[in-house]
Design a protein around this ligand. Structure first.
Ligand SMILES: *Cc1c(COP(=O)(O)O)cnc(C)c1O
Length: 412
């Protein structure tokens, strides 16, 4: 039997144990939803106080230059780049992941003007599919092929008619990891461009965009990068594509000389061609605090702890909750799994609500999936043990049957 004492022993020797101090976490809460919204880094309050209280209030317009506001898209982009294996000058922070998907898809299509097929995953996070739909509205000649609908595997769908493959590195429901090097290589062999969605991998595992010869990538910063609710997303374009691609949201921030105020659009020769308009500086500054909190962390250590925590959670839940109708939805092999564990249960929604009532915060995804995210920077092995313990109690006492746990809010 693995005891709570054993978990505490793991915490004492955990090389990441001190990073928890960098975050403000509510007393007594076990927060397993960092895959949806990361917690507030303690430094964010000071960051926002100086951005709003000094730079905006006192220095006003001069802050665009003086405080580096105008180039935050690039300076923060380079810092995200460090976390996802991108050399400087290939990432900018801007807009939302959805908008960046739109830009990246069009950019990829512009590099393959003779091709008309988009390949993606039927089980993708829906916004990715919705944005494909939006792209097709502007290009009715395009068709889409989906894994899970048009073939069993993504690989079967990739041939020389394919312009772009849009694929998640980590699946948002199961946590399954896609082999970035392999998929990219296969797509390139067929002459296709790949757009990687890193929403569930950025910040919780080493990612090697340059090393995998990736083309484009997008991701959000409010999940494992702890950038705050609605924090701006990021977009990557490999240097070899700079000056080649064209994206349709050609606003003045993407112009090569925005303050010349020319009449004609001329795209920036570098990654700034992905920008559109003025960015939310206060949100960017909150995001900077999130990046500061991970800046000096070894992503290999994060990955090791993530695998150890998710392995432990699966083991404890399976040992202690046998016979209650749970089944593992995430890959059993840690190597194949991101930083989350999902279990299926026909009453999954109510069970998650009962856990939330006990301050164990996970979330639910249709039809019957309970998701538990394990962010190595601020969670302890004792939290993993306690979460499994609460889940066992909720199932044993059947407290999830209470009426109040059946009510769905607007956000699940
Ligand atoms: C969270 C998430 C998004 C979010 O998109 P927004 O435009 O930031 O709302 C997109 N794709 C995936 C895979 C996600 O997990």
């Amino acid at each position: 039997m693995f005891t709570r004492q054993d978990a505490e022993t793991l915490d004492q020797t955990d090389p990441l144990r001190d990073y928890r101090q960098r975050f403000r976490l509510p007393e007594g809460m076990i927060y397993l939803d960092g895959n949806s919204l990361g917690p507030a880094p303690k430094s964010v309050f000071e960051e926002l106080a100086s951005a709003a209280g000094t730079e905006w209030a006192d220095d006003l317009i001069t802050s665009w230059n003086k405080a580096g506001w105008f180039k935050l898209t690039d300076t923060l982009g380079d810092r995200v780049g460090q976390l996802v294996g991108a050399a400087p000058g290939q990432c900018v922070v801007c807009d939302t992941t959805s908008i960046n998907i739109y830009k990246a898809l069009h950019a990829a299509l512009s590099l393959r003007p003779d091709r008309t097929v988009i390949v993606s995953e039927g089980g993708s996070f829906p916004t990715d599919l919705y944005m494909i739909d939006g792209v097709i509205q502007t290009r009715p000649d395009l068709t889409v092929r989906l894994e899970g609908r048009d073939a069993v595997t993504l690989e079967e769908l990739i041939d020389e008619t394919v312009a772009v493959v849009l694929v998640n590195q980590v699946d948002y429901r199961s946590g399954r990891i896609r082999d970035m090097a392999k998929v990219t290589e296969q797509a390139h062999k067929a002459g296709a461009i790949v757009v990687w969605d890193l929403c569930h991998s950025a910040g919780n595992m080493p990612v090697d965009l340059d090393g995998c010869d990736a083309d484009f990538a997008v991701g959000c910063s409010y999940k494992y990068l702890n950038g705050g609710p609605g924090a701006p997303a990021f977009i990557y374009a490999a240097r070899r594509h700079h000056g080649q691609f064209r994206q349709p949201l050609s606003g003045w921030w993407g112009h090569q000389a925005p303050f010349e105020f020319n009449q004609n659009y001329q795209a920036d020769p570098g990654i700034r061609a992905m920008l559109c308009g003025t960015q939310p500086i206060l949100s960017l500054r909150a995001m900077k605090a999130g990046l500061d909190a991970v800046a000096d962390v070894d992503l290999q250590l994060i990955r090791q702890k993530s695998m150890a925590m998710t392995d432990l959670f699966i083991r404890l839940v399976e040992e202690r909750c046998e016979g209650y109708g749970l089944s593992l939805f995430s890959p059993r092999e840690a190597r194949m799994r991101g930083s989350q564990v999902s279990f299926r249960h026909e009453n999954g929604f109510a069970i998650v609500q009962a856990l939330i009532d006990r301050k164990v915060i996970g979330d639910f995804r249709k039809p019957d999936i309970m998701r538990f995210g394990f962010a190595p920077l601020y969670l302890r092995f004792a939290d993993v043990w306690d979460a499994a313990d609460h889940l066992e109690q909720v199932l044993r006492t059947e407290e999830w049957r209470q009426d109040r746990f059946q009510v769905k809010g607007e956000v699940t």
